[in-house]
Ligand binder design. Structure first.
Ligand SMILES: Cc1ncc(COP(=O)(O)O)c(C=O)c1O
Length: 435
């Protein structure tokens, strides 16, 4: 077991002045979080000098690996140049052009700092374009923490109603319940039930927002039939179809699910991998909608740190590397390899579990049967997940404690590290079997 004395001391200092001693609640851990000093490739190094094999990888953002040289060099040049914010950086134009050559379907793109902000812009545009206020989202789909979209993500199924009439549920105290009540929550991948709701309420909707692969709760792809049905419903009822490609864009394929499925939305949000860990997100879409954010035309589009000099430099360096699809194919192949050895180890251990992978993403479910939506994913066995991840933690492998979360590898997770992960997964599965 690694020594965590420095992290324990840091936690004591931090927790006195920073709630839970962390900057985002998902980093909170018992008995205390770890504090890190550096990262390189597939590893992060904590304050006690322990080396951790990272399966979080910036929640999928650090797809090329920590400290990836071409991005680091671009960032170092940007830092040396001294330009931060307040004026438009030359590298913004480079990043926008690189984005547009990687993503095929949209006409225009604009940069923000976070996904939560990009989602807000998309909803403002949709309301302005349609003159309507209500939005629809999918149960289990995560779009950041703002009041009107952090709804029915990790929902309590005892309170969520039947799949025919899903009740919108708030996710946090202090949330505006009037906004939550307005949200129409749809079942994922269920064309019939979804169309029944949209035929009734579609004419009231400004937008329908979804992750076309639900990755925040593991890895659950939408069927092409489902996406096509949503596209047809959007055209019929006149609402704006928005894909949240924060985790699918660049991680699965350069243009995300819109390009791979051939079913394009009207607007989409991107982020995370596009700047290999530097804070940056984007909204992209049809010209007529995107131009609505121009000065004096309607929706706001402002932000001190938008198009930040360092972030756009990172994106301008990362995007051309992500554009050909080669990185995604390499990582998908590594994911398939991990899934196959996980399946063998689960069978040997007699544990009902499977590893789902796609691009750089992966997650493990402990259940029998297929996962097609939030309700089937929620059947995962939390105690089995804890036993499995306990074994990863004992080996200094970084993971997320929520059984409905997601993990990732990067270009730096080479064959030797995949072997190490295979061994840890097998040990985790036998720990589950021994309970
Ligand atoms: C699919 C998706 N949308 C939106 C967000 C919110 O992005 P951010 O955390 O940058 O605000 C996230 C973040 O995890 C996400 O995974």
């Amino acid at each position: 077991m690694s020594n965590h004395t420095q992290s324990a001391d840091l936690f004591e200092r931090a927790a006195a002045i920073v709630p839970s001693g962390v900057s985002t609640n998902t980093r909170s851990r018992q008995p205390h979080p770890l504090y890190f000093t550096s990262a390189k490739g597939a590893h992060a190094f904590d304050a006690d000098g322990n080396r951790h094999l990272d399966l979080i990888m910036g929640n999928g953002a650090v797809m090329l690996g920590h400290g990836y040289a071409p991005v680091q060099e671009a960032v170092a040049r940007a830092i040396a140049a001294g330009l931060t914010c307040g004026v438009e950086a030359v590298a913004m134009v480079d990043a926008a052009e690189a984005f547009m050559s990687a993503v095929q379907w949209p006409d225009m793109v604009r940069f923000t700092n976070t996904g939560t902000e990009a989602v807000q812009h998309a909803l403002h545009i949709a309301r302005h374009a349609t003159g309507r206020t209500r939005i629809a989202k999918v149960e289990g789909s995560y779009h950041g923490w703002s009041d009107e979209v952090f709804v029915s993500v990790w929902a309590d199924l005892a309170k969520a109603g039947s799949a025919d009439a899903i009740k919108p549920l708030a996710q946090f105290a202090g949330q505006r319940c009037d906004l939550v009540d307005e949200v129409v929550v749809l079942p994922f991948n269920d064309v019939e039930r979804t169309l029944a709701v949209l035929d009734q309420l579609g004419g009231d909707l400004a937008a329908l927002l979804l992750e076309p692969v639900m990755i925040d709760i593991g890895f659950i792809p939408a069927t092409t039939d489902y996406l096509k049905a949503l596209r047809r419903a959007a055209d019929k009822h006149g609402f704006v179809l928005i894909y949240d490609e924060l985790l699918t864009g660049f991680n699965l394929a350069p243009g995300g699910v819109a390009d791979t499925s051939g079913v394009a939305p009207d607007l989409a949000l991107f982020g995370k991998a596009m700047a290999n860990g530097y804070p940056m997100a984007a909204i992209a879409g049809r010209e007529e909608l995107m131009r609505m954010t121009e000065p004096g035309k309607g929706p706001a589009f402002v932000g001190t740190f938008n198009g930040h000099g360092i972030a756009v430099a990172a994106a301008a360096a990362a995007l051309p590397i992500l554009a050909s699809g080669e990185v995604q194919n390499t990582l998908a192949e590594r994911g398939r390899r991990l899934a196959a050895s996980f399946a063998r180890a689960a069978a040997d251990a007699g544990v009902a579990a499977h590893l789902v992978t796609g691009g750089s993403h992966m997650h493990w479910y402990f259940l029998d049967g297929e996962v097609t939506d939030y309700r089937s994913a929620a059947k995962t066995d939390g105690a089995a997940y804890a036993a499995f991840t306990g074994e990863l933690g004992a080996r200094d492998i970084l993971f997320l404690p929520n059984p409905l979360s997601h993990h990732a590898i990067s270009l730096a997770h080479d064959d030797a590290l995949l072997d190490e992960i295979d061994v840890a997964f097998a040990a985790g599965l036998s720990a589950v079997a021994k309970r």
